[in-house]
Design a protein around this ligand. Sequence first.
Ligand SMILES: Cc1cc2nc3c(=O)[nH]c(=O)nc-3n(C[C@H](O)[C@H](O)[C@H](O)COP(=O)(O)O)c2cc1C
Length: 370
Amino acid sequence: MSALFTPIKLRGLNLANRIMVAPMCQYSAVDGEASDWHFTHINSLALSGAAVFCIEATAVEATGRITPGCLGLYNDATEAALRPILASVRKRSKAAVMMQLAHAGRKASSHTPWEGGQLIPVTEGGWRAEGPSAIPHKDGEPPPLAFDAAGLQRVRDAFVAAAQRAERLGIDAIEVHSAHGYLLHQFLSPIANRRTDQYGGSLENRMRFPLEVFDAVRDAFPHDKPVGLRVSCTDWVEGGWDIAQTIEFAGELKKHGVDWIDASSGGVSPLQKIPLGPGYQVPFAQAIREATGLPTIAVGLITEARQAEEIVASGKADMVALARAMLYDPRWGWHAAAELGGEVFAPPQYWRSQPSTQKALFGATTFGTR
Ligand SMILES: Cc1cc2nc3c(=O)[nH]c(=O)nc-3n(C[C@H](O)[C@H](O)[C@H](O)COP(=O)(O)O)c2cc1C
């Protein structure tokens, strides 16, 4: 019996297995609106065998996009652009659809990674980014504007409006993006947050805005649908955010009703030194799970079926999320099921692909002879 292919329930959401397609920016939206690329990409990976597909970091306001090509959910047009994609996914796949709600903060107005990723100046079509403090991500970059109270209220309201739009679109779950050096992580980390008001200084103060946003999203989304959070568990920089603070944060989030913690790392400082290797962030998911009892999702260089199986079976995390391995092998979940003796949903158009040596990979399917 495979642990990876054992069902799990997050609040009211039943998932057939423990595999999630991690959120992945596609930099292919126009004015925040999903494009034909999203139709292809989302439909393809919704058939990967993973129980959940998570839609990429989706900006709650236009100025919260990382790049001009980032997906948004902040007006009727961005909502309308996602609707036919979700309708198609519902028709063809049984995967649950999660959406990652995000705000880039001081990392907004950047070029895409394949254009170099540097900030786009206002004079070249960019916009002025905002962050907790007027400290740039990289030395020499123009500093962001520091949010005042009205700005923070605007961002909270934008998260609420996006969560309401997500519900109208039938999204099954929301992940609040509090990782990778974007806005909420900027508030948590002393590297980006030097505020002297109630949102800066002590750990309690630095957690305040991310917790307010979490509460706002939780309140705006139906009670039976889960809301989790992705966090960077360490900045990988001396004196920055670390796993001890992450565990405190996760403990607070538990009191606020969080349904999972997706344990990632890094992104707030170019000085980070990340010891990359297979499953390098799994110990964070394990530490949070052990300290708080919360469900955790492990992510980062999880590429092999048996590796994923071991993570879940040994109780290091409740689920695994895969990003690059899913792009490389968009049927990763099928192949993992074949290797581990699990079952996945497949559309009838593809049933005949099942290798004759494989027992019931797709459950009860019928095969014609023609
Ligand atoms: C193309 C690409 C886009 C990404 N976009 C996002 C994103 O929108 N939100 C996020 O939290 N992480 C994002 N990530 C990080 C992944 O979700 C994941 O945490 C990371 O790639 C490590 O997992 P992996 O080794 O399975 O790729 C992105 C990664 C890739 C490769």
